[in-house]
Design a protein around this ligand. Structure first.
Ligand SMILES: [Zn+2]
Length: 292
């Protein structure tokens, strides 16, 4: 794991474009950190406690100032399983209330149980889900938050529902760096899951209104040309909605629609084989429910 410079006193680590596995320690997502004179703000916690420990070690190479905040961009396992290490180091954990139910759910518990086997020993019986210290968006209010820390002002914005209900972005006003979470995927097929593709595309557009100078995506390399570099996520989501929408409206069975769709624009990208069919299927189900 290497820390890559993003801007003044700002770094990120870049996960691999792979599925999570014991071999890669679940290092498949990005995390970032900003060092201010009043302490450190971290964005996301990586996919296992040992990974978060390595992130902490990278921070400690640069500063002995206290860890103050972790902003969780969303509650997918590859972004939150490292939280317990950062919490133990003294950070205050901030997330959006959209994932409150999930964290307390049977689904989350079973997922962790499965990960303890699939990702052993990086995820093991000592790994647990961490309840955030502060929720944004309680009852629809307080969706956004300003964190004044040292010489920085961070605007934490609710961008969901998009990739997830609870998507948060962190914008550093001074440097123009935007930590976009999984609103932006680069260099791999996005993970769509239960996401709402239409709102996700809208969130991408709202993101550009912030006019970020540098964008750190949830997956893939950092972007110095955000408007161009989010095109992959946008084009992919639009294409899924267009092709699967036509199929759903024509009552064409999914398997047939999938087989005849031309995927050549995306098929060379990492994780196409692992993720595309499920992404298409989830989109197909959504388009069946959307008004024509
Ligand atoms: Zn992710």
């Amino acid at each position: 794991m290497l820390s890559q410079p993003v801007a003044a006193d700002t770094w990120f680590v870049q996960g691999l474009s792979e599925m999570g596995s014991a071999a890669n320690q679940n290092f498949i997502s990005n995390a970032g950190f900003v060092i201010t004179p009043a302490g450190v703000l971290v964005i996301d916690a990586l996919g296992s406690p040992p990974l978060a420990d390595r992130l902490l070690a990278l921070i400690r190479e640069k500063t002995s100032l206290p860890l103050r905040y972790v902003v969780v961009t969303h509650c997918h396992a590859d972004h939150i399983y490292g939280l317990q290490s950062l919490k133990a180091a003294g950070a205050r954990i901030i997330a959006h209330a959209g994932c409150r139910d999930y964290l307390a759910s049977e689904t989350a518990r079973l997922r962790l149980q499965a990960s303890r086997e699939e990702l052993f020993p990086w995820i093991n019986e000592h790994t647990h889900l961490v309840e955030p210290d502060q929720w944004l968006g309680n009852g629809g209010r307080d969706d956004d938050l300003v964190i004044d820390l040292g010489d920085r002002r961070f605007r934490v914005r609710h961008a969901g529902p998009a990739h997830t209900r609870e998507d948060l972005m962190v914008h550093d006003e001074r440097t123009g760096v935007l930590f976009a979470g999984d609103i932006v995927f680069r260099g791999r097929i996005p993970f769509v899951g239960q996401a709402d593709g239409r709102r996700w595309i809208e969130a991408l557009d709202r993101m550009l209104e912030l006019n970020p100078r540098v964008l750190v995506p949830g997956h893939g390399p950092l972007s110095l040309h955000p408007a161009d570099d989010l095109a992959l996520t946008r084009d992919y989501l639009s294409y899924l909605r267009q092709t699967m929408g036509t199929a759903a409206r024509n009552l064409e069975p999914f398997d047939e629609a999938y087989a005849r769709t031309d995927w050549s624009r995306f098929s060379a990208l990492p994780l196409f084989a692992a993720a595309n069919r499920m992404n298409a299927y989830n989109t197909y189900l959504q388009m069946e429910h959307e008004a024509p």
